[in-house]
Design a protein around this ligand. Structure first.
Ligand SMILES: [Zn+2]
Ligand SMILES: [Zn+2]
Length: 651
């Protein structure tokens, strides 16, 4: 009997095999097949690919005892069609790695032992839980919206608990792996067992254990990053997407997809509910709620009823006595009051390192990355200049063009290390720590730092965006936004939306257990619109305005964008191929083909980048046509083409 088998490699179609002694095989069966000179694990697929070519058919060698459920096969087909990714590559993401098929039968301990700590839902939380239950157990999307500190997590924990009691599996997606440790603890406190944690950095052994116990249905709860969406659940009953607005759900490298959107697709294939949790939804989600495509349930009070922090704007133009000093005297006076009370103060700045760029005082040369078209950032703790795109590092001892000695670099702009240095001078007796990815390489150090912060053994914290996510710092009552400048922030049509969400989340870190909390915004542009929106803290009003603007400008969610990025070693090759692609795509109906243009960051990792952008009505599904055309074009081997459906990043 002929059966189609999809191989987890770069093929968009299954290969045909003979089933031999295995007879009729269901789609989803995992099999071992001869492939070229090797053996390969593949999955029996749902449709035979018609072909005129004559092949000598080979026979399936082995059938594994476990199999994918048919909904996962459907999901992979859809994922590949939607994101223009070969089916085989999508399948590869579901396979764990080869070691998962080894014979060892590690078991996984997980029992519903009940909470260690008693959790009681308040009235509002109960109302939300009832809303969510009312929307049913079939496919539906519900937005669980609540201001930071309102206790959304407990609401969805309750929902998960019910799901587990029904013997079904649950998946909780988180935007950052980094979160999982603190989250882990909260889960454990609540459920009385450790959930299975899944992300790209877990050990091979854990990967094997978890994968095998998910496909056999023994693991009931997985907490994971984007990639956990591809796990072969046997009987999934619920998906929760926490911080649904977070742009790190979008994978921007390799296979590009949006895990939030794909979680909704997977839930629809499985015919199960999906919960999106956030304090300010993404514009897409907001629009879907508005159009009644998604349900909404809201938490409006903070859990312990403390009000949100007060705000203060400090105009940096008024007090600029010294050059390159970033902490204003008015700010420092406000901060002192909190420090005297032994409250924690956070200085927030979303810039790693010491200075974002440097110019030589004598010859005027700037330090650029040799591989990318961007400036190098100076990192004081390693005394090197570093590229934040490719990781290139170099010493700042450069031969000067205008003198016999080395260049003498003047540092421009602040980074977290610079703020740390300023604070050390002003508050020499205080304990000051930096929380940024450069300082959190070791798991143990991170744990210790978080514990120190929680126990109020750190007085002042200097942190990047990392800090805005999910942490619970009980003594943090004052936050200083060092550089609230929103102009020219990246190449992203969502930058305003992102800023609103970021600063909302950030200010939610303060005053969880205090009536007296404050957020200070230092800025050179006190009348900036985004800043006004941030301070006003009326997300619905902001989202309404933003929806209006997007409609006016023909941007998503009112149109669909697909970006095509051509990367090449030679500048001209890329541009010529992009023109060729454009010519071929011009036959697309109802679709605008924009470009080719050079990318805002023209060179990354020694590759020149040229972009095309397709725009069509959002109700048209143009992916099928685009895929057909791209398959027919004979592209030069000198270029690499990346397709990005619903792009978020335009750099
Ligand atoms: Zn670089
Ligand atoms: Zn110089």
């Amino acid at each position: 009997m002929k059966v189609p088998v999809l191989i987890p490699r770069i093929f968009d179609h299954p290969h045909t095999y003979l089933s031999g002694k295995f007879g009729k095989l269901k789609p989803g069966s995992i099999v071992l097949v001869p492939f070229g000179r090797e053996k390969e694990i593949g999955v029996v697929w749902d449709r035979v690919e018609e072909t005129n070519k004559k092949f000598q058919l080979k026979t399936i060698l082995e059938k594994k005892s476990v199999s994918f459920n048919k909904n996962l096969v459907k999901f992979i087909n859809w994922f590949s069609l939607y994101n223009l990714v070969p089916k085989g590559m999508a399948l590869k993401m579901c396979m764990g790695d080869k070691s998962v098929f080894s014979k060892s039968s590690d078991s996984f301990k997980e029992t519903v032992a009940g909470s260690r700590i008693k959790f009681n839902l308040n009235l509002e939380q109960n109302k939300c839980l009832n809303d969510i239950k009312k929307f049913g157990n079939k496919f539906n999307v519900t937005l669980l919206q609540g201001i930071t500190g309102s206790g959304k997590t407990i609401v969805y924990f309750e929902r998960i608990k019910e799901n587990i009691l029904k013997n079904k599996q649950s998946l909780v997606l988180l935007p950052e792996i980094f979160l999982t440790d603190q989250f882990n603890q909260r889960f454990e406190d609540y459920f009385g067992f450790k959930p299975a944690i899944w992300h790209s950095k877990i050990t091979k052994k854990n990967r094997r254990i978890i994968w095998n116990n998910i496909i056999n249905g023994k693991i009931k709860l997985v907490v994971g990053a984007r990639s956990s969406l591809f796990l072969p659940f046997k009987d999934l009953g619920l998906i929760v997407v926490d911080e649904e607005h977070d742009s790190s759900y979008k994978q921007d490298e390799g296979i590009r997809y949006n895990a939030r959107d794909m979680a909704i697709s997977r839930a629809s294939m499985e015919n199960i509910p999906v919960l999106l949790s956030t304090s300010i939804p993404s514009l897409e989600t907001y629009n879907n709620v508005k159009n009644k495509k998604y349900n909404l349930t809201k938490l409006e009070k903070r859990y312990k009823n403390f009000s949100l922090p007060a705000t203060e704007v400090v105009n940096l133009n008024l007090d600029r006595k010294k050059k390159n000093i970033w902490l204003d005297s008015k700010t420092l006076n406000l901060v002192r009051k909190y420090l005297e009370k032994k409250d924690q103060v956070l200085f927030f700045l979303n810039r790693r390192g010491y200075a974002p760029f440097m110019i030589c005082k004598r010859c005027g040369s700037k330090l650029n990355c040799p591989n990318c078209s961007i400036f190098l950032t100076f990192h004081k703790h390693i005394n090197k200049a570093m590229c934040h795109h490719c990781g290139y590092k170099c010493s700042t001892n450069q031969k000067c063009k205008k003198s016999d000695s080395n260049c003498e670099f003047q540092m421009y702009g602040p980074g977290v290390e610079k703020i740390f240095a300023e604070l050390k001078q002003i508050f020499p007796e205080k304990k000051i720590k930096i929380l940024s990815s450069d300082f959190l390489n070791k798991k143990k150090e991170t744990k210790n730092l978080l514990a120190d912060i929680e126990n109020n053994e750190v007085n002042i914290l200097v942190g990047t965006q990392l800090i805005s996510k999910g942490f619970n710092f009980p003594n943090l009552n004052c936050i200083v936004v060092v550089d609230a400048d929103f102009s020219g922030m990246g190449f992203d049509l969502r930058s305003t939306e992102k800023n609103i969400q970021l600063y909302n989340q950030l200010s939610g870190r303060a005053g969880r257990f205090s009536k007296d909390s404050l957020v200070i915004y230092q800025t050179f542009n006190p009348s900036d619109e985004t800043l006004k929106n941030v301070i006003e803290n009326d997300p619905d009003k902001f989202l309404e305005e933003e929806i209006y603007l997007r409609k006016e400008k023909n941007l998503p969610p009112f149109t669909r964008l697909i970006a095509l990025i051509v990367a090449s070693e030679n500048e001209r090759d890329g541009f010529l191929e992009a023109q060729k692609i454009k010519k071929n795509l011009s036959s697309l109906q109802n679709t605008e083909v924009m470009g080719p243009v050079t990318s805002p960051i023209f060179k990354i990792k020694n590759k020149y980048r040229t972009r095309l952008l397709l725009r069509s009505k959002s109700n048209l599904f143009i992916q099928k046509e685009v895929a057909k055309i791209l398959k027919k074009i004979n592209l030069s081997k000198k270029i690499k083409l990346t397709v990005d459906v619903d792009p978020l990043n335009f750099s």
